[in-house]
Design a protein around this ligand. Structure first.
Ligand code: URP
Ligand code: ZN
Ligand code: ZN
Length: 493
């Protein structure tokens, strides 16, 4: 009512119209990957207009940012929404997952298309866009997952970057379903190199996993810990090394997803020293948890691939983030209910989706993946920036700027520059919060960081100038997120 009255009072006044379109973020510390400055930031409609001291515009809404950090919206490079797995699907869809991402400070999320056997990439992309377009609450795109390779698929790959898709994902594991042969991966690296694409690799040793799983099952081992025992660290290292060698030979560009071992981190560092164009991502779960978690009575919750490793791996991966060896922190968010037989209340509905209980009697049937997208930035801030492991600029680089550069979105995303999208996170470095499934927004029945206190959270989150989150309240809506044509300059970082 009040709103309507105000509109009537201001009818015809351009000042009122501009009030919706111009905002000055006043008095905060502006942080980008390149530095920190205390300044004001003016946005007009959906773009950043200018940054300067004492910016003045009497038509603009003033947003008080004193004591706050202003940073570019997070770019989440790795998530799986509604991903079919075994006899279920990951439990966040593009709306619930995007909303959780936004609550955590991410305004762009990159998911994956999942090519079915015999399916064209175009059909797989069309299907993913169809699923996402009406639900998307933040901006998004897809990495193209190639699981069935032949001459027709090779032709399709040649056209992908022209359509705005600049990244492919391939697997060296999941024999008989997702895995490609080494010679197919080599062909993909070559065609990707010639057509402006980065290849992402899920590095595990598919053959060794098959053998170890058969043996474990015939020895009647069914507990979640066997998920880790049948996917040993050396398999990830060897598979990763094999692909890095192929990249060296082909001069392609590689992005290694979800690095979980210090061994593969060492291969990444050694490849980069030799001049191989290889980049690496790790995820919060590989910084915080270990194989020991799989021994708990609720060990199934911790099943993801590659599996959780050791404390030494955790430490070395943190070191890789501090010393610049790793390029991004993604989440590989792929949530499943701990007990999909028990409904939870979510958005006022009773929801239950089959989950980890599918593998109660057999570890090979536990859906692989974890809920984490909402906590990426708060965890990295609290345990990285606040502990002195990461500078604030490096934090922004890892969660926003580097993913934007690597995946063809920079400087539209990942930057605070005149002309960039007005994707802005007002970060409160002093805001304390105890993580709990009761307050998290991811659509699942548990939170792996339950009870962990974080200090540093988004206070306000804007996507293309529009408020999505303020003081933990949601102002976004399904369908506002746009499919991004990724045509920015590809950058090897
Ligand atoms: O366990 C995982 N990581 N599930 C998601 C699929 C993948 O391999 O990234
Ligand atoms: Zn993977
Ligand atoms: Zn993944």
């Amino acid at each position: 009512m009040l709103f309507v009255l105000i509109i009537i009072l201001y009818k015809g006044s351009s000042k009122w119209i501009w009030f919706f379109m111009k905002k000055i973020f006043r008095g905060g510390s502006i942080v980008t990957a390149n530095g920190i400055q205390t300044a004001d930031l003016l946005i007009i409609e959906d773009k950043i207009d200018s940054i300067g001291t004492d910016l003045y515009d009497d038509e603009a809404e003033i947003i008080d940012c004193i004591g706050m950090i202003i940073m570019p919206g997070g770019v989440e490079p790795h998530a799986h929404f509604s991903l079919p797995m075994f006899d279920t699907i990951s439990s966040d869809n593009h709306y619930t997952g995007h909303r959780a991402a936004a609550f955590g400070g991410s305004t762009t999320v990159l998911d994956f298309t999942s090519q079915l056997p015999g399916q064209s990439l175009q059909a797989s992309i069309a299907n993913s866009i169809d699923q996402a377009s009406k639900s998307a609450a933040v901006d998004y795109s897809f990495h193209i997952n190639v699981t069935d390779f032949n001459a027709d698929i090779e032709k399709e790959i040649r056209t992908l970057s022209l359509q705005g898709f600049t990244s492919l994902k391939v697997f060296t594991a999941y024999n008989d379903t997702l895995r490609l042969l080494d010679e197919e991966i080599m062909s993909i690296l070559e065609v990707a190199r010639d057509h402006g694409l980065v290849v992402m690799i899920h590095a595990e040793d598919g053959d060794e996993i098959e053998n170890l799983v058969s043996k474990a099952l015939s020895d009647r081992h069914h507990e979640p810990i066997w998920h880790a025992r049948t996917r040993p660290s050396h398999g990830e290292v060897n598979a990763g090394k094999r692909v890095i060698d192929m990249v060296e030979e082909s001069d392609a560009i590689l992005y290694i997803v979800h690095i979980s071992t210090s061994g593969l981190l060492k291969q990444l560092v050694s490849g980069r020293r030799r001049g191989v164009r290889v980049m690496g991502e790790t995820c919060p779960q590989y910084l915080f948890f270990t194989e020991e978690n799989l021994l708990q009575s609720d060990g199934g919750k911790y099943v993801c691939s590659p599996p959780l490793r050791s404390l030494q791996d955790n430490t070395d991966l943190w070191e890789g983030l501090s010393d610049g060896s790793l390029q991004t922190v993604g989440t590989d968010h792929c949530p499943f209910f701990a007990n999909g037989k028990l409904p939870i209340e979510y958005d006022g509905d009773q929801v239950s989706i089959p989950g980890k209980e599918l593998g109660d009697d057999d570890f090979t049937k536990i859906p692989n993946g974890l809920p984490v997208i909402e906590h990426r930035m708060a965890l990295l801030w609290t345990f990285g920036v606040s502990t002195g492991k990461l500078s604030v600029e490096r934090f922004v680089e890892l969660v926003s700027t580097n993913p934007a550069k690597i995946f063809g979105l920079y400087p539209r995303k990942g930057a605070l520059m005149p002309g960039s999208d007005a994707d802005i996170v007002l970060w409160d470095p002093n805001k304390k919060h105890t993580i709990s499934v009761r307050s998290s927004h991811m659509r699942t029945d548990h939170d792996l960081w339950e009870g962990v206190e974080v200090e540093g959270m988004p206070k306000q989150v804007y996507l293309r100038g529009r408020l999505l989150v303020k003081n933990n309240n949601w102002f976004g809506q399904p369908g506002y997120g746009q499919l991004l044509k990724r045509d920015g300059d590809f950058q090897f970082v």
